[in-house]
Design a protein around this ligand. Sequence first.
Ligand code: ADP
Ligand code: 5GP
Length: 216
Amino acid sequence: MDVAPTADRRRRGLLIVLSSPSGAGKSTISRKLMADDPTISMSISATTRPIRPGEVADVDYHFLDEAAFQKLVDEDELAEWAYVFGHRYGSPKEPIKDALKDGRDTLFDIDWQGTQQLEYAFRTDLVRIFILPPSMAELRHRLEARGTDAQEVIDFRMKRAAAEIGHWAEYDYVLINDEVEACTAKVRAIVAAERLRRERQPYLLGFVRELVERPN
Ligand code: ADP
Ligand code: 5GP
């Protein structure tokens, strides 16, 4: 087979956002997605909320005090940040820039406020996915079954759920997480298609030019 010389076929990295009311299944789906595609990495957010049992500092979050978080804000080190459930959360900017440059995909578990800010800064690289629970009763059941939160925290998260769900129409894709494997398969399909979008393959311009200029 005669193959035209390949230009550098590196595509741009994706910024894949998963948002949902707490308990709808973002973390579960993220873990499954990354388990069978190790090229996708999770953005590790900074937060002022206290560490929970079982969490690992600098793996689950960068746990910071107010002053350290404020320093990141002042020094423009965060691509976005917001108050969620009374604490501050934000996505460090440097790893995002590195991933985009190297053509690596990054997954974000962030809320609608952060998603709006990322859209402002990185629209062409952003893929926004919203995960809905099948029902509010099932959402409460999942929060209870997860066993990580006290009853009053669960009540508070349920109260906030309707407000978070209200932002569903700001997302590119909206999935109902009835069954976790089926929902994860849909996220995989979205990622596969988004990687193939023309604008994500900047090398195509040179590739096609070469293709037609060397007809034999
Ligand atoms: P989030 O990250 O959105 O807060 P989690 O991924 O922690 O939500 O999911 C909350 C709980 O619901 C977890 O115990 C998880 O195992 C469970 N879960 C997630 N998706 C489903 C599903 N489709 N069916 C049943 N349970 C689910
Ligand atoms: P949790 O405290 O349960 O880990 O997260 C609470 C909420 O904060 C979740 O809805 C999660 O999506 C959101 N969140 C986590 N990190 C960030 C972040 O860096 N930025 C924003 N805007 N939201 C975040």
